[in-house]
Design a protein around this ligand. Structure first.
Ligand code: C5P
Length: 226
């Protein structure tokens, strides 16, 4: 079966602010998202990289992406889950194809991490995702900025992407899910009654969310080129 990457990039980047969405910010002379798409393209097992942008996107066509496996779908929706759902429908994947959904904003993903995910899940019945054990002590806040509880971090993981599932299962799970409370593909698959596997990711695979994240992303990408 094939391995297809699906990259939702239809967000407006409201937490980030700025004139263009964060996926188009210049990072080492290229749009942030170019780096993301480039890493996925470099994974030999992946045959197609499909990026989902918003129908009203004004930025994509201004850049020469120059990535042979790349294709673009202008079917982004109001939420990330909707963008993924629309993309999955439009990309015409076979039921058994593996789809690796990856955030456009995780531009410091490494080829090695994707290959580890693919290798670990090759024979898996469900699929899974890259994730990291929570390193810090976790607090639950009350409404007044005071701690109401300390949550034992034992067994807690931070979900990253790619999240890798068979196209058929993912489409069914997303169709059944209440989209409002879904922030990743695994939660849809969980709601659908399955237990996705956690595969250890790496800290560099963080999601650029705030302007303060840019310096770190720039440094990581620059170091790779040397
Ligand atoms: O907002 P957040 O950073 O969690 O978004 C994660 C990814 O989902 C980003 O790559 C963003 O562009 C994408 N997204 C999307 N459609 C939306 C909202 C977010 O494709 N409506």
């Amino acid at each position: 079966s094939r391995y297809l990457a699906l990259v939702p990039a239809a967000g407006s980047g409201s937490r980030f602010g700025g004139p263009s969405p964060k996926q188009y910010l210049q990072l080492n002379n290229r749009p942030l998202m170019w780096h993301t798409l480039q890493v996925l393209s470099q994974v030999a097992a992946i045959s197609r990289v499909v990026v989902v942008i918003s129908p009203g996107d004004e930025w994509f066509d201004d850049f020469e992406w120059d990535l042979p496996k790349l294709s673009v779908l202008r079917v982004g929706g109001a939420s990330r889950a909707e963008s993924v759902r629309n993309g999955l429908q439009a990309m015409e994947a076979g039921e058994q194809d593996w789809v690796l959904v990856h955030d456009a904003a995780r531009c410091c993903l490494s080829v090695a991490a994707v290959e580890r995910l693919i290798a670990t899940l090759a024979d898996d019945a469900v699929g899974g995702l890259l994730a990291l054990p929570v390193p810090d002590t976790v607090k639950r806040a009350d409404g007044e900025g005071r701690i109401s509880a300390t949550v034992p971090r034992q067994g807690l993981w931070l979900a990253q992407t790619p999240q890798m599932f068979r196209a058929g299962l993912l489409a069914e799970a997303l169709a059944a899910a209440t989209v409002a409370d879904i922030t990743d593909e695994a939660s849809a698959v969980e709601q659908y009654g399955h237990k996705p596997r956690l595969v250890e990711g790496d800290a560099q695979n963080f999601k650029v969310t705030y302007p303060r994240d840019l310096a770190l992303a720039r440094a990581i990408l620059a170091a790779r080129k040397e």
